[in-house]
Design a protein around this ligand. Structure first.
Ligand code: PLP
Ligand code: ZN
Length: 412
């Protein structure tokens, strides 16, 4: 049998799914009792050259899995471009350049990707765009007749991005939020016509976030997991790569090579995607805060000298190695995921590239936010947390190295 040029493969159990499958959200062996599976794109095609277009989802469209799926099912380049324009007519390749202020203050060559001005103010829309495009392609191909609602559990950047995209194509969306969500944020979601569900803890709830329980129940009842976590929807790991491709191309256009990138990690989809796109030549340092550092704890367990676990062993022992962090807390409140859902991807990327996790003290989080604003970036504490990692993790950078951070979310 010839191997497919592009398809899906579960990094945990090895199950493969064909690229033409219309809804390849989760590994076929993922169950409500064991959700620890994650499909990843396996792509043996040479990377398609960038299309000359300011929209990254057109520019890098032919590299994306949703596009490969759509074309395998009979859509052509123009069809895919038209669908993209319906969802993200305003997405842009965001600026990337050396920050003189950060370079001077840190005494390192610091380059910044500024994502604060993109759709809905963060990079989150990039993960969600490819899920929506996969759905729109299925609809155009007659594989989806009635629109199931989209479902997401979030009360931050991801919820805003999800409601923004859904509104553009009039797709119904249910947003499951914690009981304590800020009212002002609820108003913004209402304005986008999202159906917002506050989720108090119920007496019969298992441990964990009640909003996530309601989200999963909705998905079990037929909703589309419009999620920014790979195990819930693999398509989110497709579009997230566009940001890394932009950095790689901008660095190459500027004639510079990057040595390392410090990326803030919550669920880990973001770092997984950026590292995938940048390749093994750029060291990935995954940044968490001292108030929520489950990945750093896992790293200690899997890297123990003399008994380093293989990627397969980590996948098999995911449950035991990635226990939820008790009581997460930090001003960087967008990366307080108690579990690094895409931790397998982040660990693999750090190992491939020779990177390590960094845990930022809370004072680094505050200092990085301040420094980012002084350097002209309107980032939130979460958005500037990669820079906090650089402040905390200077020892990981040798003199003369060139490092990148990503300001991924705007201050509100
Ligand atoms: C601005 C911003 N940056 C980074 C992240 C981290 O992304 P991930 O959860 O995929 O690790 C988040 C997550 O919510 C975020 O809102
Ligand atoms: Zn699997």
């Amino acid at each position: 049998m010839t191997r497919p040029a592009v398809g899906w493969r579960c990094v945990v159990c090895g199950t493969t799914v064909g690229i033409a499958e219309p809804f390849p959200w989760r590994c076929p062996r993922s169950t409500p009792a064991d959700r620890r599976h994650v499909l990843r794109v396996v792509d043996h095609r040479p990377p398609a050259p960038p299309v000359d277009d300011p929209d990254p989802f057109v520019r890098y469209g032919p590299r994306l899995a949703w596009w490969a799926s759509a074309t395998a099912n009979g859509l052509d380049h123009d069809d895919c471009t038209a669908l993209t324009r319906a969802v993200v007519p305003d997405a842009t390749v965001t600026p990337f350049g050396r920050s003189d202020l950060l370079t001077d203050e840190l005494g390192l060559d610091v380059w910044v990707k500024d994502e604060t001005d993109n759709v809905a103010g963060s990079h989150k829309f990039r993960h969600l765009t490819t899920i929506l495009l996969q759905l729109l392609a299925a609809e155009q191909l007659g594989r989806l007749v009635d629109r199931p609602p989209l479902a997401i559990a979030s009360c931050g950047n991801a919820a805003l991005a999800a409601a923004t995209l859904a509104a553009r194509v009039d797709w119904p969306i249910d947003v499951y939020v914690p009981e304590w969500m800020d009212d002002a944020f609820g108003v913004r979601l209402d304005e986008l016509q999202a159906r917002v569900h506050r989720c108090p803890r119920r007496s019969d709830d298992p441990p964990g976030d009640p909003a996530v329980h309601r989200f999963r129940a909705a998905v079990a009842a037929g909703a589309v997991p419009f999620s920014v976590q790979g195990p819930e929807n693999a398509l989110c790991l497709d579009g997230g790569r566009t940001l890394g491709w932009e950095i790689a191309d901008a660095a190459s256009d500027a004639g510079v090579g990057l040595d390392a990138v410090f990326v803030q990690v919550g669920g880990g989809a973001f770092a997984t995607c950026v590292a995938d796109a940048l390749g093994a030549g750029v060291r990935l340092h995954a940044v968490q805060t001292e108030g929520c550092a489950p990945l750093a704890r896992t790293w200690e367990l899997v890297q123990a000298p003399g008994r380093e676990l293989s990627g397969q062993e980590i996948a098999e022992r995911w449950h035991e190695l990635m226990a939820p962090w008790p009581d997460p807390t930090s001003a960087a409140d967008g990366i307080l995921d108690d579990e690094t859902y895409d931790g397998l991807g982040v660990i693999a990327a750090m190992r491939r590239s020779g990177g390590e996790p960094v845990v930022a003290a809370e004072e680094d989080v505050l200092a990085a936010h301040d420094l980012a604003h002084r350097a002209g970036f309107r980032a939130s504490h979460t958005g500037a947390a990669g820079l906090a990692g650089l402040l905390a993790g200077r020892r990981h950078v040798a003199g003369g190295e060139r490092v990148a951070v990503i300001m991924s979310g705007v201050a509100r």
